[in-house]
Design a protein around this ligand. Structure first.
Ligand code: XMP
Length: 318
């Protein structure tokens, strides 16, 4: 019978035997898989694991600093790299979803390559690949593991691709990864985090990206997600987020006519992201959230709720 404790014990031994005194580099995304992979490797080889956490400027509000602190608190040898400006520059003027994904994937590889090259004598690249990634090999881009898969889109092989690959979670499903994390006493909020796409808010800002739009969407998203937590709804939905629409609409504030942005809220139930149903969130919650967003976030005067399921809609709008 498979148990998380036995898995941790065996995997740590295997990793120690395989890696010896070698140095290993790993890209942390803030998500469950890369975090659990890092923790396993940390248990096995300690300071010989070099983690890199890149801020692409498209994360949730305060996520980079909060999650970086959390990683440090777990004892991980982690370097935070704020590359927001580089990503925003690369995205300037791009509004096609796939162009945005490609730009983000390319810059991620550049930044990761720069960082990995500064480490001396690294032999291995660790990844948080899990079993569904192995069998489906989804063409996602933007995240640490995902960008590796699309490396052939990039001219020339980045230096870190010459490293040997170690993937301790390759045989596990998501729920098993969470159980492994829990058995290593990892924080429940970290393990229970909703999936978040590698390209982040870039694919939730329809059309072109600017720093101001990112700021607006981060604020809106924070009101929505914190609200879900406060109302005990966060763990009842599989994924949730806000989308900034490329639409202005007329509103009224006091005696003034406004002409401002519209945001859509999306919350879905799913098991694997392949199909999904929109969640019947309580009207009282939606009412409160809509008021909070419009009152607190300057530049937004309208909130709508997405009631489309997948298929035929997708979870993300881009
Ligand atoms: P869709 O929109 O295809 O999303 O229904 C299914 C799941 O995949 C995530 N997603 C992505 N993840 N890079 C990623 O790493 C991407 O480009 C990407 N696009 C969608 C989405 O958040 C959902 O969990």
């Amino acid at each position: 019978d498979w148990t998380p404790n036995a898995f941790v014990e065996e995997t740590v031994e295997e990793l120690q035997a395989k890696l010896g005194n070698d140095k290993v580099v790993l890209g942390l995304s803030g998500g469950v898989d890369s975090s659990v992979a890092a923790m396993l490797l940390h248990k096995a080889i300690g300071k010989n694991l070099y983690c890199i956490f890149v801020n692409n400027g498209l994360l949730r509000k305060n996520e980079f600093t909060d999650v970086l602190e959390q990683y440090k608190g777990m004892g991980l040898n982690v370097k935070g790299v704020d590359a927001s400006a580089r990503f925003l520059d690369a995205l300037a003027g791009k509004s096609d979803p796939e162009d945005k994904r490609k730009a983000i994937g390319r810059v991620f590889i550049e930044v990761f390559d720069d960082e990995a090259n500064q480490l001396k004598d690294v032999k291995w690249l660790a990844q948080g690949t899990i079993y569904p990634d192995v069998i489906e090999s989804v063409s996602a881009t933007g995240g640490p593991s995902a960008t590796i898969k699309s490396h052939h889109n990039v001219g020339g092989l980045p230096d870190f691709m010459k490293l040997k690959i170690v993937e301790p979670l390759r045989a596990l499903f998501k729920d098993e990864v969470r159980r492994v994390g829990a058995s290593m006493d990892m924080d429940a909020t970290l393990l229970g985090r909703h999936p978040f796409p590698g390209p982040g808010l870039a694919i939730r800002i329809l059309g072109d990206i600017t720093a101001e739009k990112v700021r607006i969407l981060q604020e809106v998203d924070a009101v929505f997600i914190n609200g879900l937590r406060d109302w005990g709804l966060y763990d009842k939905v599989w994924q949730a987020g806000a989308i900034l629409l490329p639409v202005n609409s007329v509103g009224v504030m006091g005696d003034e006519r406004t002409y401002e942005k519209c945001v859509a809220l999306r919350a879905v139930e799913s098991t694997d992201g392949m199909t999904a149903d929109w969640v019947n969130l309580p009207y009282e919650f939606l009412q409160k959230t809509s008021n909070d967003i419009i009152n607190k976030v300057k530049g937004v005067n309208r909130v709508v709720y997405d009631i489309s399921s997948k298929p035929p809609a997708t979870i993300e709008w881009e």
